[in-house]
Structure formats: C-alpha cells, structure tokens
Design a protein. Structure first.
Length: 265
C-alpha cells in the first residue's frame, strides 16, 4: 500500500521489460564466485552484466550458473572490444550462446582509459539495432552522443560517471543532468562509482538506474557494500521523486518568526 512516506510502485522499464531493482551489477573483479554470489544477492539486482570475452558459457561453475540459480537476468557485455566489427561479432556470439538479444555495448578506445570510442560505438549501435538487438550502450558523458545513440534506436543510454574501475564518482554531474533532461529512454549511470553516495547522487540527478561492479567486487566486504549500494539507489530515487528544495545562497529560517510577537515571546 502506498503511504506518504513510501514511493509508489516504481519499476524500471527498459524495452518493455520491468525490473523491481534499479541497480544493475557487473561481475568482474570479485575474489571468488562465492563472494560474488553473496554480493549479488545482497544487492537485490535483477540484471547483471557478463563479459562475453571472459566467460565460457559451457563451463560448469561459471557466473552464468549463479545468475541462473537466483533468477537474475543476464546482460551480455562486449567488454574488451575495440572496434565496431569486434563488438558486433561478440554480440552475435552472445545471442547464440545465451539466447538473449540484449547486449551491453562496450567499444573502448584504449586500455589505459577504457573510455568509449564514440565513432566505433555509434557504428556498432546502428548495426546491432538493425540486426534486432536490444542495445544498451556504455557511452561518454556527452549529451550529443547520448542523443545520437537514442536516435539510432538504443533501448537505454549508459553514460559513465568516471572511467571504469576508477571509483572517482560522477565527474561531470552537469552533463549527466543534461543527458537525463533530453533522454526519451532510460539513463543508466555506468562506471566510476566509488561508494554509496555516488550511487545516490546518480539517482538524485535523475538517472533511472545505476550499473556498477568494482566498488562492490573490490570492496573489503563486498556483500556489505552491495547492500549499501542497494539502499543508496533506493534512497536517491526516493529523494528524486520527493523533489529536493532549491539551493539558496542565503539562509532561510526553517521556522517562521511570524506570530511570535503576538505571543510576547
Ligand atoms: C561490469 C561492467 O559492465 C563494467 O564494465 C562497468 O562499466 C562498471 O564499471 P565500474 O567497475 O567502474 O563500476
């Protein structure tokens, strides 16, 4: 039941598919499969990326088995691809192996920054959309590129907060706000989250969801951090829906002085 202090039922909808959780998890960097499993459960995630170049779908005891066991949706990731051609091929292999047309499209420019290559990314997005994929591109925090990806038919746009694995948080909140204002598809803040307050900020800025991996998988206590991220995403979303007060340059007394004179106080 909805009350004044609970948000209305508020599922994330991507390409017509509903998710109760707005936290998308990545799987890279965990010290063991068991630790990863505990963290995924603590996060409450319903959708988790798997790098296709680092997983063998036929291997027993793989992360895919963990996801399957807990009914968590798989989002194949083209991580490690440097060209449009590589990414398209990887997505097609993933569709074949995992039976899903959904893909996290990652086409990176170099190994030092792991930043997206905008030219190759847009080309790959256009080709994959034309081939029937549901494309969720990892993109720069560039409002123009985000719009071009949406126009290309992507089901969401996923701007970075900061480079993958950097934990630097959201370096350009202004651009994230611009992307959110202009987007007609869900905006998922992807990469660079360092701690729970970064995830909350992403949601307060109006993002529809957060995708993160390193902050959890390389935390000293991954499951505890995963739980913190879950709460942060929920809190940030609630704050966004509640409508924050405007920022003021000068003080404004929180209680009015009107009426005090009448009582003689
Ligand atoms: C798991 C995944 O998809 C990553 O490539 C993603 O971009 C997350 O980045 P962080 O590891 O910085 O959270």
């Amino acid at each position: 039941m909805e009350t004044t202090h609970t948000a209305p039922a508020d599922p994330l909808v991507i390409a017509g598919r509903e998710f109760g959780s707005r936290l998308v998890m990545g799987t890279g960097g965990a010290p063991s499969l068991h630790v990863l499993e505990e963290a995924l459960l603590a996060s409450g995630t319903e959708l988790t990326t798997v790098a296709m170049r680092r997983v063998d779908p036929a291997t027993k005891g793989s992360v895919l088995e963990v996801l399957d066991r807990h009914g968590i949706g798989v989002l194949p990731n083209t991580a490690g691809c440097f060209t449009s051609g590589e990414a398209v091929l990887t997505a097609r292999l993933a569709r074949e192996a995992l039976g899903t047309p959904w893909v996290k499209l990652e086409v990176i420019a170099d190994e030092h920054t792991l930043l997206p290559d905008p030219v190759e990314l847009l080309d790959a997005a256009e080709r994959l959309v034309a081939d029937g994929f549901t494309v969720l591109p990892y993109t720069n925090d560039d409002p123009v590129l985000a719009q071009r990806l949406e126009q290309a038919g992507c089901a969401a746009v996923m701007p970075l907060g900061a480079p993958i694995g950097s934990g630097m948080g959201i370096r350009n909140p202004h651009n994230i706000e611009l992307i959110v204002e202009r987007a007609g598809v869900p905006v998922i803040l992807d990469a660079g989250i360092g701690t729970a307050s970064d995830a909350a900020l992403a949601m307060e800025l109006g993002c529809d969801a957060v995708l993160l991996a390193t902050a959890v998988t390389r935390a000293q206590r991954p499951a505890l951090m995963a739980a913190a991220m879950r709460h942060a995403v929920e809190a940030g979303r609630a704050a966004r829906l509640a409508g924050r007060i405007p920022v003021r340059r000068l003080a404004q007394a929180s209680s009015s002085f009107a009426g005090l004179a009448a009582t003689g106080l």
